[in-house]
Design a protein around this ligand. Structure first.
Ligand SMILES: [Zn+2]
Length: 125
């Protein structure tokens, strides 16, 4: 699974985003260490605080299926590249800060960062 393939999976997943309020669609594809990929989309709610981001949707799906080790996550949005929000950065850091975060305006213009670069001093309980 290369970055482009993972990004394209996020792009495809984005079609299922539920965004009746913002119309800002986000898709994510989380690559597990064993090669399994879980996708996620943002799911908005009329009680705005209950909204969940695509990155956390993908992570919750993976964790609930028994996965704990992740190598990369691709993120895309209806406006092109998308960087994970603060909550998602912290949420993902629970499983390691070596995670590669891949995004870009399209599959031909990808950039990647480590989660440690995006969240250098993550909270640890
Ligand atoms: Zn988020």
């Amino acid at each position: 699974m290369n970055d482009r393939e993972l990004y394209c999976m996020a792009r495809e997943a984005m079609k299922n985003a539920y965004t009746p309020y913002s119309h800002f669609n986000v898709g994510a594809a989380l690559l597990c260490e064993d090669g399994t990929v879980y996708t996620g989309v943002n799911v908005e709610n009329g009680s705005f605080g209950a909204t969940i981001c695509a990155e956390r949707t993908a992570c919750v799906k993976a964790v609930s299926e028994g996965h704990r080790k992740f190598t990369a996550i691709a993120i895309t949005s209806s406006r092109g590249s998308a960087s994970p929000c603060g909550i998602c950065r912290q949420f993902l850091s629970e499983f390691g800060t070596d995670l590669r975060v891949i995004t870009g305006d399209d599959a031909d213009h990808l950039v990647s960062y480590t989660l440690a670069e995006l969240l250098p001093d993550h909270f640890v309980l």
